[in-house]
Design a binder for this molecule. Structure first.
Ligand code: FES
Ligand SMILES: [Fe+2]
Length: 336
């Protein structure tokens, strides 16, 4: 029997996941799903972020229907009021000087932080590194966000797909794949705990380079691709144009929200667009088309889990990244 990693594997509760984009959090409590559970997020009057399980401890009413009163949250059902620590400070039905039960408090995730314009939480004590984008603090890069995508998929299979290098000429024939070489060059994977990096250089036809028309550079140019993975579902691909110059980075953050649905947060970081908003919009539209080509297949898998038993599938030397993904996730799950 094979053991696969589904979206709701209990070990995933010990990892960092994006809950939502920062701009989705307002002073009105909002509900977001993660690992089959609902969370409420809002900003109190000072702008501080607050996240709790979306369930009142009294009669389990969704707190996302409540209201924010300065730095307090009032439940919609019987009006219990919770302070900035999530502790109940008022039960209207008991009058003014009532003793509040000590268990009347909200349940918060073990960890919360904001970065890259996203809110990350770890439901239980996190055992994975905090995810990050390598060029996020480099001011020479311009950032553009793809719209958040919610789709039927497995987070594990989507991570597998992002790290896969052999599908370009087939799945992506309608975008960038048509001119891509079918053969995957030899490459090595460098492991670092629950992360890895894999890089290779190859020649490609740079049809977008104006220097080719001008006769400054040849059509065939060198490109270095570096894949970076952080468990469980954070991915980055950096494409360096070694002859024409410029670096394109694609950040990919996957959130398993339910057993069969995933939220995809993707952003582009580029230092070759001269600050042009239009060129970034074009690049985002192109990237959306690329992701949709992948989702055409990924949303149709019958079994939405990533096999962790290495012997249950066939692997080739072109699959080193996706084998490493299975190894890391398998070790992670076993360690919990
Ligand atoms: S359910 Fe929230 S106050 Fe009763
Ligand atoms: Fe793809």
């Amino acid at each position: 029997m094979t053991h696969g990693l589904g979206n709701l594997d209990p070990a995933l509760r010990h990892a960092w996941h994006p809950l939502c984009r920062s701009d989705e959090v307002t002073s009105r409590p909002n509900a977001f799903r993660l690992l089959g559970e609902s969370y409420v997020a809002f900003r109190e009057s000072r702008g501080d972020l607050r996240v709790y399980r979306n369930q009142c401890p009294h009669r389990r009413a969704p707190l996302s229907l409540g209201t924010c009163e300065s730095d307090h949250l009032r439940c919609v059902y019987h009006g219990w009021l919770f302070d900035s620590e999530g502790i109940c400070v008022e039960i209207p039905a008991l009058g003014e000087h009532a003793t509040i039960p000590s268990r009347a408090k909200l349940s918060a995730p073990a960890g919360t932080f904001e970065s890259h314009g996203m809110v990350f939480i770890a439901p239980l004590e996190p055992k994975t590194p905090r995810p990050s984008i390598s060029v996020a603090h480099d001011v020479s890069f311009q950032r553009g966000d793809l719209p958040v995508i919610e789709t039927r998929a497995s987070a594990g299979l989507l991570a597998d797909n992002f790290l896969d290098m052999a599908h370009f000429p087939f799945i992506h024939a309608g975008t960038f794949g048509a001119g891509e070489a079918r053969e995957v060059p030899l490459y090595n994977v460098t492991r670092d705990g629950l992360r890895f990096e894999a890089a290779y250089e190859h020649e490609f036809a740079n049809r977008e380079d104006r220097g080719v028309e001008q006769g400054v550079r040849p059509l065939l140019q060198r490109r270095r691709l570096t894949y970076r993975y952080t468990a469980p579902f954070h991915l980055e691909l950096a494409i360096e144009f070694l002859d024409a110059g410029g670096v394109n980075v694609i950040g990919f953050f996957l959130t398993p929200i339910d057993d069969d649905h995933v939220r995809i947060y993707s952003s582009l970081w580029r230092n070759d667009l001269d600050g042009s908003v239009e060129r970034m919009e074009d690049a985002i539209a192109f990237e959306v088309a690329v992701v949709n080509e992948d989702l055409f297949l990924q949303s149709r898998y019958e079994d939405l889990s990533l096999p962790l038993d290495i012997t249950s599938e066939l692997h080739t030397r072109a699959d080193k990244t996706t084998v490493e993904l299975r190894r890391i996730l398998s070790e992670f799950v076993a360690s919990i």
